[in-house]
Design a protein. Sequence first.
Length: 161
Amino acid sequence: MQPSTPAPAAQPGNVVDPYRAYNFKLVIQGVVQGHFTKVEGLGMKIDRILYRSGGENSTVRVIPGQVEYTPVTLKYGLTDSTEMLQWLFKAANGQVERRNVSIAMLNDAGSVEVRRWNLLGAWLCEWFGAPLDALGKDLAIESVTIAYDRLELDDARAPVA
């Protein structure tokens, strides 16, 4: 068995720039619905449950409890679709449609996904439009906030459609 070759970043003298956090696409039910430059709030919290084990009164043990996922806000977006607004208006009318949503971070060229987060059971809970420009062709989005039931990390790297 031959020794493994170190990753490019691990080789002396080879500088690899980190991914910049400004190039994201929003995918709803497998269809790209917009591109954004900022994502905030992506995260989760697992409650801690403290207990004492029988006979070990000097030690407090910890086990995981309920998981809470924080709402995600995407900012400074652009789309030519009204799909997100229609989805939001349905929720405003009491018809919440939970959908699977992905946030994909793209490389500097915007051609390859380098990371993807899947938000399962998601629905739009907040939207703010950007200032309107009579000369623009696309729908600008100041921000959109998504609530969801579960978060998964998808490491598949795929070319951008």
